[in-house]
Design a protein around this ligand. Structure first.
Ligand SMILES: [Zn+2]
Length: 152
């Protein structure tokens, strides 16, 4: 018999499911999903870009200092290597975010008629009902009292 795969219940996955559902619940239309995702992408780029700029500045002034002071080279060489690595990692992230932005721009341009937006809302309500909604709580209680559910 094929056992259906249970979704992972580790704390990280649980947090992800909650966040996933919250984003559907709070942004239930195509328009809202476009806006929130655009804002998320832009804020990600802004923050990463600024940190990268700062690290590059810091790295450049450290290199200047180093040429004036050779006594702590061993320590600085090690530190610089990791900063160079971080800078190149962040540059990669920025490059990828830039590509993602170029791809998503088209997705974010699409507009749909109100009927379709209503469909979005309807499906969003099915996919991610408010866990604290009173009807949902009643339903959960009912399900837990159902006798033919397997006992733990
Ligand atoms: Zn997990």
């Amino acid at each position: 018999m094929k056992v259906p795969e249970e979704p992972c219940q580790c704390p990280d996955c649980l947090r992800f499911y909650r966040e996933h559902d919250r984003l559907i619940r709070e942004f239930p239309t195509l328009r809202q999903q476009q806006e929130i995702n655009w804002a998320a992408l832009q804020s990600f780029r802004t923050l990463c870009g600024r940190v990268l700029e700062d690290l590059q500045k810091q790295f450049n002034s450290d290199s200047l200092e180093k040429s004036e002071d050779n006594s702590k080279t061993g320590f600085k060489d090690h530190k610089e290597k990791s900063i160079t690595q971080v800078i190149s990692d962040l540059e990669n992230i920025n490059a990828h975010l830039y590509s993602v932005e170029a791809l998503l721009e088209r997705v974010f341009d699409v507009k749909v008629p109100d009927e379709v937006e209503n469909k979005f809302k309807e499906i969003a309500g099915e996919l991610a009902p408010d866990p604290l909604n009173i009807d949902r709580l009643k339903l959960n209680r009912l399900l837990h009292q159902t006798p033919d559910l397997p006992e733990k």
